[in-house]
Design a protein around this ligand. Structure first.
Ligand code: SAM
Length: 482
């Protein structure tokens, strides 16, 4: 039985409800009147508290995703852009992945870290190597990391992950520091989530891979990850352990995208129903080529147009949730995704264990790599590109450190208020980046952008503080943190 409030995965991601949803969506995919109504419902509205959006249920959003009418799809894209602008403005949050260990006891058939892959060298960073990687990432200009690891209770126990987090936060190299560590490790216990919370992590990210239970069990034939319910209920345990920012995601290509989309939204509805706060982020990875992995064997791969439509529909359905796209995607695809709703991207990424320290921007070690990276530009190239497209690359982590997480973040975001502090903070962190790390032409473009964007800061008090801070940053003062 479908029950979003249940703590049982098979009730909140109910297979029959997904089938009924897909059937309803298919029957209504050309129902222009209904589609118009759904789009109208999802529009941002001005209220006394600011701008608000209602979002959509998984059924409503599935109708949008199924729609094949060109005019309606155009309307959908325009609405997605409007919602993105209302809640995220033109800021794009920057981050990089840091791979700690590729030891893994699972058998995920799409992942090169699977235990039977004898081709891939196994590597786990020592604390000294973590230090070197973090210094290299700080020297690029990163302030926010997502740590990644295979699942192996012997080689990568929770104590190892906690040690790495401690090391990462402890390193202050020149003006660099990592201010937010997000964590993408396998589903674990409430007790371990509590330990991660105490270690000061930002978002706990766990991709569902596929919401389809039967497919899930086939694709994870052995190892702890085989247990669909344990994996799907992980976010509830994370929240019970005190982590209130959680990141969902589906690995597109494994099962039918319409099924995954409905499941993803049902998961978001479940978190909201049970914990009063939806997912902080949603990631949209697609299966990539990797050691021992041929993406063509997964016959549910989606083309770029469908991918764009999924992104727009997520943006409309869950307007307050950040959306992440990684360097799995190339420049052109990322460009489209940014316009339609993505709010966070990685830059200069290495998906190998120990891929940063000792390598130039052009060199990339492939031996321990998790997947082939399509966007191979350096962080500085990505920052420059974003600014040329009119975006503000943001290195801000202030919300997290000011305690604006979970429902506190959401209530600010829901009324559009997050813009009042995010916009100036983004500009200040960009100024830090320009002073400390940017190439000369990136710096010139960035400084012009900051001058223009400061005109859009309407609150005189905020403007005064921001101006002072920008001046201080230019004069080398770093006695504040964003
Ligand atoms: N071991 C953790 C887990 O099981 O959730 C962390 C996961 S892994 C380091 C991060 C993500 O990479 C996975 O959740 C999966 O979705 C994705 N991934 C694995 N193989 C991939 C591939 N061949 N192409 C693209 N993404 C892949």
């Amino acid at each position: 039985m479908f029950n979003p409030k249940s703590l049982n995965a098979e009730e909140f991601i109910n297979h029959q409800e997904i089938l009924d949803t897909l059937d309803y969506a298919e029957k209504n995919k050309n129902n222009i009147e209904l589609i118009e109504q759904i789009l109208e419902k999802a529009k941002p509205r001005k209220t006394e508290r600011g701008v608000e959006c209602s979002g959509l249920s998984h059924r409503e959003a599935s109708v949008l995703l199924a729609c094949e009418n060109k005019e309606m799809i155009e309307k959908m894209y325009n609405l997605a852009k409007e919602i993105k602008q209302a809640f995220y403005g033109n800021r794009i949050v920057m981050f990089a992945p840091l791979y700690l260990s590729n030891y893994c006891v699972n058998k995920c058939v799409y992942c090169p870290y699977h235990i039977q892959n004898k081709e891939i060298p196994r590597k786990k960073l020592t604390q000294d190597e973590v230090r070197q990687e973090v210094i290299a990432l700080q020297d690029m200009g990163h302030k926010r990391l997502a740590i990644e690891s295979g699942e192996d209770p012997v080689n990568n126990p929770i104590e190892y992950i906690l040690d790495c987090i401690k090391t990462i936060y402890s390193i202050k190299h020149k003006n660099g520091e990592i201010r937010r560590v997000n964590v993408n490790i396998a589903a674990t216990t409430v007790e371990n989530y509590r330990k991660l919370k105490d270690a000061g992590i930002g978002t706990y990210i766990l991709f569902q891979e596929t919401y389809h239970k039967e497919t899930y069990e086939k694709l994870h034939p052995a190892g702890p990850k085989h247990n669909y319910n344990y994996h799907t209920e992980a976010m509830d345990r994370a929240m019970e352990g005190g982590i209130d920012d959680v990141g969902l995601g589906v690995l597109f290509g494994l099962d039918l995208y319409k099924y995954e989309f409905a499941g993803l939204l049902m998961h978001a509805e479940h978190l909201e129903a049970v914990h009063g706060v939806g997912p902080h982020t949603i990631s949209v990875p697609r299966v990539k080529r990797a050691s021992d992995i041929d993406p063509n064997v997964f016959d549910n791969s989606i083309d770029d147009d469908t991918f764009a439509k999924i992104i727009a529909c997520i943006r409309i359905a869950v307007p307050y949730t950040g959306m992440i796209i990684s360097t799995r995607e190339n420049e052109e695809c990322r460009n489209k995704a940014l316009a339609l709703g993505v709010s966070q991207i990685s830059g200069g990424s290495r998906t190998s264990v120990g891929g940063y320290a000792g390598y130039s921007a052009e060199e990339r070690p492939h031996d321990t790599e998790q997947f082939d990276v399509s966007d191979q530009r350096s962080l500085d190239e990505v920052v420059k590109w974003l600014m040329e497209l009119g975006y503000i690359p943001s290195f801000c982590t202030a919300c997290y450190r000011e305690g604006r997480t979970g429902d506190r973040f959401m209530s600010l975001c829901k009324t559009g208020q997050i813009q009042n502090c995010c916009h100036p903070n983004a500009l200040m962190t960009l100024q830090e980046y320009l002073e400390d790390y940017a190439a000369p032409d990136t710096k010139t473009i960035g400084e012009d952008l900051i001058i223009r964007e400061m005109e859009n800061v309407s609150n005189p008090k905020v403007k005064e503080i921001a101006k002072n801070n920008l001046e201080n940053i230019k004069n080398g003062k770093r006695d504040f943190r964003f």
